[in-house]
Design a protein around this ligand. Structure first.
Ligand code: AMP
Ligand code: MG
Length: 518
């Protein structure tokens, strides 16, 4: 991970000529899915400045980080100089937003630049966000403001380090152009890297139009890209629905065990790859409460913390509906009157499996956080009762788990200090100690394992806001860089970063609101 000043583009490199350093693009989407997208160019920006470049991710992608810094990086990642081999395009997608269907969303302000094969042999999308209007822009200006762009970079890196599948930021360029929101804000372009940008809504787009040929091409592409082992199987669509369902169940289980609230789980913001995407109104829990909602537009609390598993399953039902024309063709009843009914039944059985997959992943994560290596029947109840205690006493979710690791070593003081009425904790702690006694591990090993399962540092909402405000209002990136750097080691307690780990004052959190990153 690096900052601007670690960029080492030399004067010689800059003088070498106007050619941009090569990025070994291999654009399968553009090549294989012609007709399903709109080729489009990024809008030039007046004064691009490379504010941040992700050296570590660049290395993973096999890019020449040194040569992509400075003025060249600014020109490239600002959209002024499209690199050789790129085939910029806008993707079409639809989506269920807050439960209602929007038949046409699409990349209104984003462009897929192309794909690269990373050091691990994985195909990764390199895309812009905020690179100007496209034919999908509807009323939007096609731009992005610096605050939301930095937010997405910060949150994506934090989630990545925490082990959560996620899209990541490669570069942030300030455009030198104001964007009009409630007030004029500095504009920026985000370069985003993803396993792909294919969403549940990508398939919904063609399914809703009855374009079955296009739907099939896109689904075959997505399956081959994310689940190549299923390609060619006679029952591949059902198996694929199962695979995507499992990824989402595991992803949301990770969110739940970290206290992450996505905030806008529309089907256009749910990937087929299983990566977290679109860090708009997301936020982390402070005091544990499943009813927590931070998003200013989520009036009904549809995307509140505790609803996330249910919403993921609902979204997957929309995926199943989009895939129905394909599911109908592959069953033993294909071609008969019963084909549709049978396909729906099979899809429903897969969707019903979501709960068990989620539960298994969620409980496994909780056991790790409780310091349990084995599984016993009553572990779920132990975890539920712990969460009930946190809820009753409005205890900070992150710190509570962390202080429980201290308690594993007999140091219960810091944990008790988080509770207004710690006496309520006694009975539960006794049960937990009894349960731990049935484990083969030592207390020291248990505490160490617990500290690897529960971060000390998360992107605290008020610290994120402070960092973004400094960048936006004072052109001061130092707080952003400090927070980003601290978040690289979320599991190690460091006195020097203690201010970043503390929760906000409860009044602040009670009034905290997040906004979609437009
Ligand atoms: P999001 O809320 O970022 O998930 O975006 C939802 C839809 O709105 C997508 O189709 C975006 O491309 C589009 N959109 C959001 N902001 C803008 C903007 N400023 N200009 C054009 N399209 C936008
Ligand atoms: Mg989106």
């Amino acid at each position: 991970m690096s900052q601007m000043h670690s960029c080492t583009a030399t004067a010689a490199a800059l003088l070498a000529g106007p050619e941009l350093p090569p990025i070994a693009f291999d654009n399968s989407f553009a090549r294989e899915l012609e007709g399903l997208y709109v080729p489009w160019q990024p809008a030039p920006v007046p004064d691009p400045r490379l504010l941040w470049f992700n050296d570590a991710l660049a290395a993973e992608l096999g890019l020449d980080a040194a040569a992509l810094c400075g003025a060249r990086g600014a020109a490239l990642f600002g959209g002024n100089a499209v690199p050789a081999g790129a085939a910029p395009l806008a993707q079409a997608y639809a989506g269920h937003q807050f439960g209602g269907f929007s038949p046409q969303l699409g990349d209104g302000r984003a462009l897929l630049l192309g794909e690269v094969i990373d050091r691990h042999g994985q195909r990764r999308d390199v895309a812009f966000k905020g690179s100007g209007r496209t034919p999908f822009a509807r009323g939007g200006d096609g731009k992005a403001a610096l605050g939301p762009v930095l937010r997405e970079a910060l949150l994506g890196e934090a989630m990545h380090v925490l082990g959560v599948p996620t899209t990541r930021a490669l570069a942030v360029v300030a455009t030198g152009e104001p964007v009009r929101r409630e007030r004029a804000l500095p504009g920026a372009v985000l370069t985003r890297v993803a396993a792909s940008h294919l969403r549940v809504g990508s398939l919904e787009f063609f399914a809703a139009r009855g374009q079955i040929q296009e739907l099939t091409r896109l689904a075959e592409y997505a399956l081959a890209r994310h689940d190549p082992e299923l390609a060619g199987r006679a029952d591949r669509w059902l198996a694929w629905l199962h695979a995507v369902t499992g990824r989402q169940a595991r992803l949301v289980a990770q969110w739940m065990n970290l206290g992450f609230i996505h905030g806008v789980m529309n089907t256009d913001n749910m990937t087929l790859s299983g990566e977290t995407i679109d860090y708009g109104p997301c936020a982390f829990l402070e005091a544990y409460d499943p009813a927590t909602v931070f998003s200013s537009i989520d009036h009904g609390g549809r995307y509140g913390f505790g609803n996330q598993p249910r919403i993921a399953r609902w979204n997957l039902a929309r995926l199943a509906e989009a895939l129905l024309p394909l599911l109908v063709q592959e069953g033993p009843e294909a071609g008969t009157d019963r084909a549709t009914a049978a396909a729906i039944e099979r899809a429903q059985a897969v969707l019903e499996g979501f709960d068990a997959m989620f539960e298994a992943a969620h409980r496994a994560g909780q056991r790790a956080k409780l310091g349990l290596s084995g599984a016993q029947a009553q572990d779920g109840e132990l975890a539920d009762d712990w969460l009930d205690l946190l809820l009753q006493q409005q205890v900070d979710f992150t710190l509570a788990w962390r202080r429980l690791a201290d308690a594993a070593l007999g140091n219960t003081g810091p944990l008790r200090a988080l509770f207004a009425a710690p006496v309520a904790l006694e009975a539960w702690l006794a049960r937990w100690h009894t349960r731990c006694a049935a484990e083969p591990t030592t207390a020291a090993a248990r505490a160490a394992a617990m500290r690897r399962a529960s971060p000390w540092l998360i992107p605290r909402n008020h610290r994120v806001e402070e960092a973004l405000a400094a960048a936006v209002d004072r052109d001061d990136l130092a707080p952003f860089l400090r927070l980003l750097s601290a978040l690289q080691q979320p599991f190690d307690e460091r006195p020097t970063d203690a201010d970043l780990a503390e929760p906000a004052a409860p009044e602040l959190t009670a009034h905290y609101r997040t906004f979609c990153g437009t």
